[in-house]
Write a protein that binds this ligand. Structure first.
Ligand code: SAM
Length: 283
């Protein structure tokens, strides 16, 4: 390895990625996970949980815009939006870009929110102070179980299926989400690497298909994640994301004065076009 202090991430699937560091800013052990904030030459400041890079200042918009705008544009009038996880605030911020929304965020670990606001303020960009948002420190699983019939959209911005996030990928949780959604509600979740975490993606999609009539996986670039290609999955009771017209998407973005840097009407549709080998994985 070239000289210098490197952040090195060893993946369980036999892959290592590393970035050259400027500084290690923070190390913290919460009751739920190990947290680090690092400052890297290529990606700027990054949040790391349990040895997995979660988000970086440089590419966070690619991930958060795709996790949020695709489902919120698919639903014609999402007001009550639940965000599960997402302690860095990038998801909440993009939900708040849609002026009709009244988001509730349920994050299990208060220290992720505190440290993200302190060391990575550009990611939430004031979202936690927005009076339209309510932020609760609680387990998303339990919250969903206790609030049936309350939401138009549920966004699961969780860590990968390890530690407290494991049940967020399983069928009983998706059954509870189904109950917490209105009769035309939908869920969107990050769904792992379609290159290296194939069995996780397959299990998640299988679990969602057991519960929801419409399940669609879509892809986006997130260079800081292993392999750079990431997947998201929408599970919906009524609205199909591939049936939203490009002109309608453009009109929504213009009416709501949203100017994304990654998401666009063309990207919305392109993201659902899967290379045959990924379509096969999911068939
Ligand atoms: N963008 C990231 C990714 O895909 O790697 C996810 C980032 S976000 C920081 C993930 C958050 O989910 C963490 O802050 C973690 O504390 C939270 N989380 C994990 N399990 C949870 C649960 N059961 N309920 C609520 N939040 C949870």
């Amino acid at each position: 390895m070239p000289p210098g202090d490197w952040y090195v991430e060893e993946e369980t699937f036999g892959y290592i990625q590393g970035v050259l560091l400027r500084e290690r800013l923070q190390r913290h052990r919460s009751p739920f996970q190990n947290m680090e904030v690092i400052d890297s030459q290529l990606f700027g400041r990054c949040l790391v949980l349990d040895g997995a890079l979660q988000t970086s200042e440089w590419d966070e918009f690619m991930y958060h815009e795709m996790l949020v705008h695709v489902p919120l544009v698919t639903h014609p009038d999402a007001r009550r939006v639940l965000v599960i996880g997402g302690g860095d605030g990038g998801t909440l911020r993009r939900v708040l870009d849609h002026p009709q929304t009244e988001p509730i965020q349920v994050e299990i670990d208060a220290s992720v929110i505190e440290n993200s606001q302190k060391f990575l303020p550009s990611i939430s960009n004031g979202a936690f102070q927005n009076p339209r948002a309510e932020v609760l420190i609680a387990d998303g699983l339990q919250y969903v179980r206790e609030h049936p019939g309350e939401f138009d959209v549920v966004l699961v911005d969780s860590t990968d299926p390890v530690g407290p996030a494991i049940p967020l990928f399983e069928e009983p949780f998706y059954r509870d989400v189904y109950k917490t959604l209105a009769e035309d509600g939908l869920l969107a979740a990050q769904s792992s690497s379609p290159l290296y975490m194939v069995s996780d993606l397959q299990a998640q999609v299988r679990n969602l298909r057991a519960v929801f009539p419409i399940v669609r996986t879509y892809l986006g670039l997130v260079p800081a994640y292993p392999g750079g290609l990431w997947s998201y999955t929408i599970a919906s009771k009524r609205y199909d994301p591939v049936r939203v017209g490009k002109a309608d998407i453009a009109a929504r973005l213009s009416r709501e004065a949203i100017t994304p840097r990654y998401y666009s009407p063309d990207i919305h549709h392109a993201a659902f076009v899967l290379p045959p080998f990924i379509a096969e994985i999911l068939s």
